[in-house]
Design a protein around this ligand. Structure first.
Ligand code: GLA
Length: 723
């Protein structure tokens, strides 16, 4: 049960497993005391001593006491020279803010955030701490929600200018966590297009470190997540703090190790290229950050994030529902298709059990390549002479659902839309409009552009029976300027863009609740908890190579449940890496995700097509288990030879295991022994593929012996059932 106690100056939030405590210093600065495993009681004295404050906590700002005091929401200028969570400039140019306690309130619910994605739920309690700066009139409400069923705290901040002059927020982080020591490793997810979310782990060092994005999207290069773990922490055991932002735009997640080896974590909007003008009376809402603690290693941390995602974040008809097996025509045809070509793929797909046909890029305007037509969302009747309905009816007649690709946030300079509204894109007058993939970004900080974008998609969804939408976004921001924003609000553009986008997505979700949405940004360039609030799955990467996917999906699973990761079996040689892998390996890598195919099935041999039919049959058998079960990483591709992961049913009576040897090895390679996790140690399990029976304890302590075939990407998929 989540509970919050306020006892004189001490505030203690806790549930069955975690505690979070803070202390109001005389004068009203909220000091951070503790976040970690549950405590029955907490005495602030040791924390006051550690901060070199007097025993009643009193201090004088002149002594720079705040420079070594852990705080809940520190600002720059009061003697703490570390990075602050909030920075404010007044109209006279001075930049100091002094937030002091006004009131604390407990609410029996999770308040929604204004215009931003956030967790929701009834089984929780929220602390609302109101602080105020007497000189400027800036009020800050700090929100902390603790859940009954997740070992997590959701944090966000809402500012209001209660003064009479305009203020400029120069930084406004969602969370600050001051930890008393810095003996941690920092774990982040870093990468690039086609190799998103690789795990990077290194010890903290004195000074600043972290990840950020200034690309306009959360990005393939850095994920809005970080974890701090003890050097001895592994997948299966040890302390971990995990933090992730529910946001899809520019962010910063940083750790600063100070002179006394304390570690300060900040997470929130990127303060680089950010500023927000707050006129008298105006409010500003930061994104939400999720703070997880686990004593059970990275596995324990991921379990908490997966639960938050499944139970408190994703919405819509498909949020807690297994997904249809899909086929996407992109790698099968690229732009070169007509109705008959699509139908021939669809017919074969239907015959082997595929349930959803997705028409990707190239169906609108005159889009024969990527140089034109984004913005002109009218069906190209050269390719589809019977129109969209003609195709959809035929797909539905095959007993398949129909899905369609859009890239609504973009415009091609070669388009009707651009010719009509050249000022609708992000640009700076007098500067070159830098194209990327021959396209420009629509300025979603503008209400008129958002209205247009909403209707471009809503009109199609309203007019045709579309069951699924792939929402793509294929470039970063450059020359960031808006034709409508005044000079002192230009730095608001990236965040206003996100507010505009979220507004459009919210309207679409409400208007078309039956549609399954999948988000995409050149693959996994905007795979974050923000997008998952509107769309329950994300195309994980443009790289569909089975071996590459082991790395990408392994890292992605640190925060995101596997069923949120779009994962397809594609053709070989793989179009991104040129690698040859077996059909089993491609299936093994994709089956744990939002599963589908992305190739021309008509080019397969009859034997291969039969293998695909069996795969789909097998997938449907495991679909419920994979979707609702608990996921565990077992062997990391980063450690070298093997990748292994598994999913165990909630009842722990069934499990599926995937093991892949990454590279072929010469001579006789002995079978690999994989220690399983999450089983019931008192049960016995039948390994369906071998017919052998083992105890759960044996499988977890001694391991399962997996004999794989020769060659690269040799893959084994094992089904375990209670014997
Ligand atoms: C992006 C996506 C791909 C595909 C293409 C279409 O690259 O990530 O999956 O949809 O666009 O142009």
């Amino acid at each position: 049960m989540a509970e919050i106690q306020i006892c004189s100056n001490l505030i203690h939030l806790r549930n069955d497993h975690i505690s979070y405590a803070l202390y109001l210093l005389p004068g009203g600065i909220p000091m951070h005391l503790y976040f970690g495993a549950r405590l029955n009681e907490i005495n602030p004295l040791p924390f006051l001593r550690r901060s070199m404050l007097s025993e009643d906590g009193s201090f004088s700002v002149q002594q720079c006491a705040l420079d070594h005091t852990p705080q809940e929401y520190p600002s720059f200028g009061l003697g703490d020279a570390r990075q602050g969570a909030v920075g404010v400039r007044r109209s006279d140019g001075t930049r100091s803010v002094d937030l002091r306690f006004v009131s604390a309130e407990i609410v029996d619910e999770k308040p929604a955030l204004e215009g931003l994605p956030a967790t929701f739920g009834e089984s929780c309690q929220t602390l609302r701490l109101l602080l105020r700066d007497a000189l400027t009139g800036l009020a800050a409400e700090l929100f902390y929600t603790i859940f009954d069923d997740c070992d997590a705290i959701a944090r966000s901040v809402r500012f209001q200018n209660e003064g009479s002059d305009a203020l400029y927020l120069e930084s406004a982080f969602s969370l600050c966590l001051d930890l008393p020591d810095s003996r941690y490793d920092l774990l982040t997810l870093s990468g690039a297009w086609a190799r998103e979310r690789g795990m990077v782990r290194r010890p903290l060092f004195a000074g600043e470190q972290g990840v950020s994005s200034a690309r306009g999207a959360s990005s393939a290069q850095a994920s809005p997540f970080l974890a701090l773990l003890r050097s001895e922490t592994t997948e299966a055991s040890g302390e971990v703090y995990g933090m992730a932002l529910v946001y899809s735009g520019n962010f910063r997640a940083s750790v600063q190790v100070d002179q006394y080896d304390s570690a300060r974590v900040l997470m929130g909007l990127n303060d680089f290229d950010f500023e927000w003008k707050l006129e008298a009376g105006e409010r500003f809402q930061t994104p939400e950050a999720l703070l997880v603690f686990s004593n059970g290693g990275l596995d324990g941390m991921s379990a908490q994030f997966h639960r938050l995602c499944d139970w408190h974040l994703t919405r819509g008809a498909y949020a807690r529902k297994p997904r249809p097996v899909l086929i996407n025509n992109w790698e099968a045809t690229y732009f070169d298709f007509n109705e008959e070509k699509l139908l021939s793929i669809a017919r074969t797909a239907a015959s082997v059990g595929v349930e959803l046909f997705v028409l990707d890029d190239g169906w609108f305007g005159r889009r024969d390549d990527d140089t034109t037509s984004l913005g002109d969302w009218q069906v190209d009747t050269r390719k589809l002479p019977a129109g969209m309905d003609g195709l959809i009816d035929k797909i539905h007649a095959l007993n398949m659902r129909f899905g369609l690709w859009f890239e609504p946030e973009m415009v091609s300079p070669e388009s009707e839309l651009y010719r009509a509204h050249p000022d609708w894109c992000i640009h700076i007058d007098g500067r070159e409009r830098i194209e990327s993939r021959n396209q420009l970004t629509l300025d979603l900080s503008r209400a008129d552009v958002c209205e247009h974008v909403y209707h471009a998609v809503a009109d199609m969804l309203g007019a045709h029976q579309i069951d699924y939408v792939k929402w793509d976004m294929n470039r970063s921001f450059s020359n960031i300027g808006s034709a409508l924003l005044p000079p002192d609000r230009q730095k608001e553009l990236p965040h206003r863009y996100m507010l505009g986008l979220y507004g459009v997505l919210e309207r679409l979700l409400q208007a078309f609740p039956h549609v399954l949405f999948e988000s995409c940004a050149s693959g996994g360039g905007r795979f974050d908890l923000g997008m998952l609030h509107y769309m329950p799955q994300t195309w994980c990467s443009d790289n569909t190579d089975a071996l590459s996917r082991c790395f990408i999906q392994y890292g992605t699973s640190l925060v995101f449940p596997p069923h949120t990761m779009g994962a397809h079996v594609s053709a070989v040689p793989n179009h991104q890496t040129g690698r040859l892998t077996s059909l089993e390996a491609r299936f093994g890598a994709a089956a744990f995700g939002a599963f589908g195919y992305e190739l021309d099935l008509n080019r397969l041999s009859p034997e291969e097509l039969e293998a695909v039919r069996l795969q789909i049959h097998r997938f449907k058998d495991m679909r419920g288990l994979l979707f609702f079960g608990a996921f565990h990483r077992l062997l990391s591709p980063h450690d070298g030879a093997y990748t292994a992961w598994m999913t165990v049913s909630r009842e722990r009576d069934e499990a599926v295991l995937m093991v892949m040897r990454m590279q072929a090895q010469a001579s006789n390679v002995p079978p690999v022994i994989v220690r399983l996790r999450g089983l019931d140690e008192s049960l016995r399990y039948l390994v369906v593929e071998t017919g052998e029976i083992y105890g759960g304890d044996e499988l977890m302590r001694s391991g399962l012996c997996c004999a794989l075939s020769q060659g690269d990407a040799a893959c084994g998929l094992y089904m375990l059932k209670k014997a």
